[in-house]
Design a protein around this ligand. Structure first.
Ligand SMILES: [Zn+2]
Length: 371
């Protein structure tokens, strides 16, 4: 496990490849942003995309934005409507009531109240829970199924309503270094092949779940996307300050409510991400067991690139807070997917990657390769 020479990102992230100087892709992309990126040229590309959306508007909507009401979707919706002049339709795929936080519901309501049309789809919570459970037990990843539903809903509505454009936020290759996405530009038509969505829901077809239950989990086929002439676009590619910090600032100025839990409870130093669900804290802890990093690594790596903190300060915070998860979230998660806490910890330990973890003299697990 090696760390990027410039930020705090390890090379254990799926799909990442450091260059010969030991620097991660996002750091290289960020360096370029002060020099060779031609923002005027990018603006011209965006203008052409916007023109395409307006010209092919047959429904009344130029584009779709998949939203949760969080910082990124709030910024995207405001930017596309107010700065670019598009008419967007918002699509939200809602969590079941046991998973959805009140804060998340309020944030989505807040976004809609800023003057947007929004369609919410609520996939059957019985199937939802079963698939979450399967994802957790088999892959140590409860969101394997829910992420496919979150991403598949926007193109489904785009095809059904003949809406030509979908905007997503940041390209994961540029922001995080997941090169499996297959694009380092604005083009997102192949995003269904990224690490998160690869494989589809097939792996979870047990426990009485059949094809009939999977409509909302199926990303449209390539042929369907082509037939619909759908263009899926990473908006972040065109906006110089499209960072988690700026997006949060803008969204908070427009009513976004963030977490006030301490970082050691939520493995998150800023509290402005994934606000609509608390089980995300567990997923980040699992990422930490499998790959040796969690949310704090992502946040502080970006903070270092933006010059907000030094690499040393970032290391400090990563060591202190990454992968942390308060017991109350684990208890609630176990209740929800109906397993015991003993079973939870058995699964957790089974996913601990022994290549990167070892026990110290006192029997406490430690990451083998610290900074
Ligand atoms: Zn880096």
């Amino acid at each position: 496990m090696k760390y990027c020479k410039k930020c705090v990102q390890p090379d254990t992230r799926p799909g990442i490849k450091f260059d010969e100087d030991g620097v991660c892709p996002p750091c290289r992309f960020a360096e370029q942003s002060c020099n060779p990126i031609n923002w005027d040229e990018r603006k011209k590309i965006l203008d052409e995309i916007v023109e395409f959306g307006k010209k092919n508007n047959v429904s009344g909507y130029d584009c779709i934005i998949g939203v949760s009401g969080g910082k990124d979707s709030t910024r995207q919706a405001l930017y596309l409507r107010d700065e670019i002049g598009l008419k967007p339709l918002l699509i939200s795929c809602s969590y079941p009531p046991e998973q959805q936080t009140e804060r998340g519901a309020n944030n989505l309501a807040n976004l809609i109240s800023l003057g947007f049309d929004c369609i919410s789809v609520s996939p059957d919570p019985v199937t939802w829970k079963k698939m979450m459970r399967q994802g957790f037990l088999k892959f140590g990843n409860w969101c394997k199924s829910t992420e496919t539903a979150l991403y598949a809903s926007a193109p489904k509505f785009a095809i059904a309503y003949h809406i030509p454009l979908i905007f997503l936020g940041e390209n994961p290759a540029i922001a995080l270094g997941d090169l499996d996405v297959g694009s380092t530009t604005w083009e997102a038509n192949r995003m269904k092949y990224c690490h998160t969505l690869k494989g589809g829901p097939e792996a979870l077809l047990e426990d009485g779940i059949t094809e009939k239950n999977l409509f909302w989990y199926r990303y449209p086929l390539d042929e369907e996307l082509e037939w619909a002439k759908l263009r899926i676009v990473y908006l972040g590619y065109f906006i110089k300050d499209f960072t988690r910090f700026k997006n949060a600032e803008i969204a908070m100025n427009h009513g976004l409510i963030i977490r006030d839990d301490p970082p050691e409870d939520i493995g998150d130093t800023y509290g402005f991400e994934a606000l609509d669900d608390d089980f995300v804290v567990i997923n980040q802890m699992f990422k930490y067991l499998k790959f040796g990093f969690g949310k704090v690594t992502d946040q502080e790596s970006e903070a270092v690139r933006l010059g907000k903190i030094t690499r040393e300060e970032a290391m400090e915070r990563v060591k202190k807070y990454d992968g942390k998860c308060a017991t109350r979230y684990i208890k609630r998660f176990c209740e929800y997917i109906e397993i015991t806490e003993e079973e939870f910890w058995r699964v957790a330990e089974s996913f601990r990657n022994k290549d990167i973890w070892e026990k110290d003299a006192l029997g406490t697990w430690r990451l083998k390769y610290e900074f």
